[in-house]
Write a protein that binds this ligand. Structure first.
Ligand SMILES: [Zn+2]
Length: 300
């Protein structure tokens, strides 16, 4: 039976998460010999606009309170795009982003505008995805000097159009879905050609409060949830690089002590010899207020 491996997917949603959470995560990863893939938002931080969801979705309010969103993001972040102009993250944080590569990690694209993608992708034509991913790809190239090899959709929100665009961009792989193993997505009978490396484990904000689980329980929870072979864990610079960083520190120590490597998603993708085609559809999972892209049944 193959030993477990953890591919670490690090979503960076905000200006504060990029500026403060990423350096903290770099220190933690460095001290535990771990590597990961940082998915950056390049455009304006409009996190405050997600506040609208707090008043329009009861489930989102519960999640915001349970995950400690106000303490994770800070008051200023909650006002960006509403009462304060949103900082342009790629302009202000280019050196932090480059530092991730200097320390042996992999960079990728999370979004141009995280809130817009999450709220407006579905129902829009391919022009919307093209504008969002196009701006993000241009900013990425300016910072890193080469094109991005992969993207990871905000809130695991995909559409027929976004998947078609990823194929056009000839990305090496993407990480847009929740599932069990790498696959090629099929939506309504249409097969796409970009490999998906899905997140296999629940995120900290989905777990906190479930069955009384607290931050202090997260390291052991994850250690016991690992399966043989490839596991993919999504963390957030705003949480694991912020208010729950001490628990993430302990998780990394436990993984290292058990000889379980933390690798980038590119390394995970390179280890995939052959992947099946699987259905992909938006659906609900425990702990999230909005639907996410779910890996479905395997197709011949
Ligand atoms: Zn995100």
């Amino acid at each position: 039976m193959p030993t477990p491996t953890v591919a670490l997917k690090i979503d960076v949603d905000t200006y504060a998460g990029t500026r403060e959470g990423v350096p903290r995560l770099l220190d933690l990863l460095n001290s535990h010999h771990a590597r990961g893939t940082f998915y950056f938002c390049m455009g304006p931080d409009h996190t405050g606009r997600a506040l609208r969801r707090i008043v329009t979705h009861r489930g989102f309010l519960q999640k915001a309170l349970r995950s400690g969103a106000p303490s994770a993001y800070g008051l200023k972040t909650m006002l960006y795009g509403v009462l304060l102009p949103g900082p342009l993250i790629s302009k202000q944080c280019a050196s932090v982003m480059r530092e991730t590569v200097r320390q042996g990690h992999e960079p990728g694209i999370h979004a141009w505008n995280h809130v817009d993608w999450h709220d407006h992708l579905i129902g829009n034509d391919i022009g919307f995805a093209k504008s969002e991913l196009g701006q993000a790809a241009a900013a990425f190239k300016e910072i890193f000097g080469h094109l991005a090899a992969s993207t990871a959709a905000p809130g695991w929100t995909v559409s027929h159009e976004s998947l078609a665009l990823q194929d056009q961009m000839q990305l090496s792989f993407c990480s847009d879905a929740r599932g069990t193993h790498p696959f090629y997505p099929v939506v309504d009978g249409k097969r796409f050609t970009t490999l998906q490396i899905p997140t296999t484990l629940p995120t900290a904000d989905e777990l906190l409060g479930r069955n009384g689980l607290q931050s202090v329980d997260l390291p052991e929870y994850y250690l016991h949830a690992l399966r043989p072979g490839l596991n993919v864990l999504t963390i957030h610079a705003e949480l694991e690089g912020g208010c729950i960083s001490s628990y993430f520190d302990r998780l990394l120590r436990l993984l290292h002590e058990h000889g379980i490597p933390c690798i980038t998603l590119a390394e995970a993708a390179a280890s995939v010899a052959a992947a099946p085609a699987c259905n992909l559809a938006m659906g609900m999972i425990a702990g999230r207020a909005l639907p996410v892209a779910l890996q479905g049944t395997e197709l011949p």
